[in-house]
Design a protein around this ligand. Sequence first.
Ligand code: AMP
Ligand code: ZN
Length: 138
Amino acid sequence: MLVSAVRPLGRPAPRATCGHYDRDVPDCLFCGIAAGQIPATIVLEGKRTIAFRDINPQAPTHVLVVTRDHYPDAAALAAAGGGLLDELVGTAREVAVAEGIEPTGYRLVFNTGRDAQQTVGHVHVHVLGGRPMTWPPG
Ligand code: AMP
Ligand code: ZN
Protein backbone atom coordinates (compact mmCIF):
# COMPACT_ATOMS: atom_id res chain seq x y z
CA MET A 1 0.00 0.00 0.00
CA LEU A 2 1.21 3.47 -0.82
CA VAL A 3 1.07 4.97 2.71
CA SER A 4 2.30 8.39 1.63
CA ALA A 5 -0.72 8.79 -0.67
CA VAL A 6 -3.18 8.93 2.24
CA ARG A 7 -1.86 11.76 4.38
CA PRO A 8 -4.45 14.14 5.90
CA LEU A 9 -5.62 17.03 3.74
CA GLY A 10 -3.74 20.28 4.17
CA ARG A 11 -0.66 18.65 5.66
CA PRO A 12 2.57 19.10 3.67
CA ALA A 13 4.13 15.93 2.29
CA PRO A 14 6.98 14.62 4.44
CA ARG A 15 10.40 15.05 2.90
CA ALA A 16 12.44 11.96 2.27
CA THR A 17 15.65 11.76 4.24
CA CYS A 18 18.33 10.77 1.79
CA GLY A 19 19.85 14.24 1.99
CA HIS A 20 19.83 15.33 -1.66
CA TYR A 21 17.32 18.16 -1.55
CA ASP A 22 19.53 21.23 -1.57
CA ARG A 23 18.48 23.89 -3.99
CA ASP A 24 21.76 23.91 -5.89
CA VAL A 25 24.11 20.95 -5.50
CA PRO A 26 27.73 21.84 -6.36
CA ASP A 27 29.11 20.02 -9.42
CA CYS A 28 25.66 18.85 -10.52
CA LEU A 29 25.32 19.51 -14.26
CA PHE A 30 21.53 19.88 -14.23
CA CYS A 31 21.54 22.10 -11.11
CA GLY A 32 23.97 24.27 -13.07
CA ILE A 33 21.68 24.40 -16.10
CA ALA A 34 18.60 25.08 -13.94
CA ALA A 35 20.46 27.94 -12.25
CA GLY A 36 21.50 29.41 -15.62
CA GLN A 37 25.18 28.87 -14.84
CA ILE A 38 25.69 26.27 -17.58
CA PRO A 39 24.35 27.03 -21.07
CA ALA A 40 21.56 24.94 -22.56
CA THR A 41 18.88 25.38 -25.20
CA ILE A 42 15.85 26.04 -23.04
CA VAL A 43 12.50 24.90 -24.42
CA LEU A 44 10.14 25.69 -21.51
CA GLU A 45 10.54 27.17 -18.07
CA GLY A 46 8.19 26.51 -15.18
CA LYS A 47 8.37 27.67 -11.59
CA ARG A 48 9.70 24.33 -10.38
CA THR A 49 10.73 22.63 -13.63
CA ILE A 50 12.78 23.47 -16.69
CA ALA A 51 13.05 21.79 -20.10
CA PHE A 52 16.05 21.94 -22.42
CA ARG A 53 17.32 20.09 -25.49
CA ASP A 54 19.50 17.04 -25.01
CA ILE A 55 23.03 17.73 -26.22
CA ASN A 56 23.12 14.32 -27.95
CA PRO A 57 19.63 13.90 -29.44
CA GLN A 58 18.34 10.39 -30.13
CA ALA A 59 15.21 11.49 -32.00
CA PRO A 60 14.03 14.60 -33.92
CA THR A 61 12.65 15.84 -30.58
CA HIS A 62 14.80 14.98 -27.57
CA VAL A 63 14.20 17.25 -24.62
CA LEU A 64 15.11 16.75 -20.97
CA VAL A 65 12.75 17.99 -18.26
CA VAL A 66 14.29 18.47 -14.82
CA THR A 67 13.24 19.82 -11.46
CA ARG A 68 14.93 23.04 -10.39
CA ASP A 69 15.67 21.45 -7.02
CA HIS A 70 17.99 18.50 -6.84
CA TYR A 71 16.59 14.98 -6.47
CA PRO A 72 18.78 12.06 -7.48
CA ASP A 73 16.15 10.13 -9.42
CA ALA A 74 12.42 9.65 -10.07
CA ALA A 75 11.93 7.40 -7.04
CA ALA A 76 13.39 10.03 -4.71
CA LEU A 77 11.17 12.66 -6.30
CA ALA A 78 8.09 10.47 -5.85
CA ALA A 79 9.03 9.80 -2.22
CA ALA A 80 9.33 13.52 -1.55
CA GLY A 81 5.69 14.10 -2.53
CA GLY A 82 4.40 17.64 -2.98
CA GLY A 83 3.13 17.07 -6.51
CA LEU A 84 6.46 17.79 -8.16
CA LEU A 85 6.61 14.47 -10.02
CA ASP A 86 3.16 15.26 -11.48
CA GLU A 87 4.43 18.69 -12.45
CA LEU A 88 7.50 17.19 -14.14
CA VAL A 89 5.32 14.88 -16.25
CA GLY A 90 2.93 17.77 -16.94
CA THR A 91 5.83 19.86 -18.22
CA ALA A 92 6.90 16.91 -20.38
CA ARG A 93 3.46 16.90 -21.96
CA GLU A 94 3.66 20.66 -22.53
CA VAL A 95 6.95 20.09 -24.32
CA ALA A 96 5.32 17.43 -26.52
CA VAL A 97 2.51 19.86 -27.40
CA ALA A 98 4.95 22.70 -28.10
CA GLU A 99 7.08 20.42 -30.29
CA GLY A 100 4.03 19.21 -32.25
CA ILE A 101 4.54 15.55 -31.33
CA GLU A 102 1.67 15.16 -28.89
CA PRO A 103 -0.90 14.01 -31.49
CA THR A 104 1.32 11.23 -32.87
CA GLY A 105 2.80 10.16 -29.55
CA TYR A 106 6.06 10.42 -27.67
CA ARG A 107 8.13 8.44 -25.22
CA LEU A 108 8.96 9.49 -21.65
CA VAL A 109 12.03 7.81 -20.17
CA PHE A 110 13.37 7.95 -16.61
CA ASN A 111 16.70 6.11 -16.66
CA THR A 112 17.19 5.09 -13.04
CA GLY A 113 20.45 3.64 -11.78
CA ARG A 114 23.45 1.97 -13.35
CA ASP A 115 21.84 -0.81 -15.37
CA ALA A 116 19.50 1.73 -16.96
CA GLN A 117 22.54 3.88 -17.80
CA GLN A 118 21.54 6.90 -15.77
CA THR A 119 24.54 9.16 -16.28
CA VAL A 120 23.37 12.35 -14.55
CA GLY A 121 22.30 11.98 -10.93
CA HIS A 122 19.64 14.69 -11.02
CA VAL A 123 16.12 13.54 -11.89
CA HIS A 124 15.26 14.11 -15.52
CA VAL A 125 12.68 12.73 -17.90
CA HIS A 126 13.61 12.32 -21.54
CA VAL A 127 10.89 13.45 -23.97
CA LEU A 128 11.53 11.62 -27.25
CA GLY A 129 9.45 11.85 -30.39
CA GLY A 130 9.13 12.87 -34.00
CA ARG A 131 9.74 9.36 -35.33
CA PRO A 132 8.25 5.92 -34.76
CA MET A 133 9.93 4.23 -31.77
CA THR A 134 10.93 0.60 -31.50
CA TRP A 135 10.55 -1.76 -28.56
CA PRO A 136 12.28 -3.19 -26.58
CA PRO A 137 14.82 -0.44 -25.89
CA GLY A 138 18.49 -1.38 -26.16
P1 AMP B 1 20.73 9.78 -18.62
O1 AMP B 1 21.70 8.90 -19.36
O2 AMP B 1 19.34 9.24 -18.57
O3 AMP B 1 21.26 10.14 -17.24
O4 AMP B 1 20.60 11.11 -19.46
C1 AMP B 1 21.48 12.18 -19.39
C2 AMP B 1 21.33 12.95 -20.67
O5 AMP B 1 21.94 14.21 -20.50
C3 AMP B 1 22.01 12.29 -21.88
O6 AMP B 1 21.03 12.00 -22.87
C4 AMP B 1 23.01 13.35 -22.35
O7 AMP B 1 23.11 13.43 -23.75
C5 AMP B 1 22.43 14.61 -21.75
N1 AMP B 1 23.39 15.69 -21.50
C6 AMP B 1 24.62 15.58 -20.97
N2 AMP B 1 25.19 16.79 -20.86
C7 AMP B 1 24.27 17.68 -21.33
C8 AMP B 1 24.26 19.09 -21.48
N3 AMP B 1 25.30 19.87 -21.11
N4 AMP B 1 23.17 19.68 -22.02
C9 AMP B 1 22.11 18.92 -22.41
N5 AMP B 1 22.06 17.59 -22.27
C10 AMP B 1 23.13 16.97 -21.75
ZN1 ZN C 1 21.27 18.62 -9.34
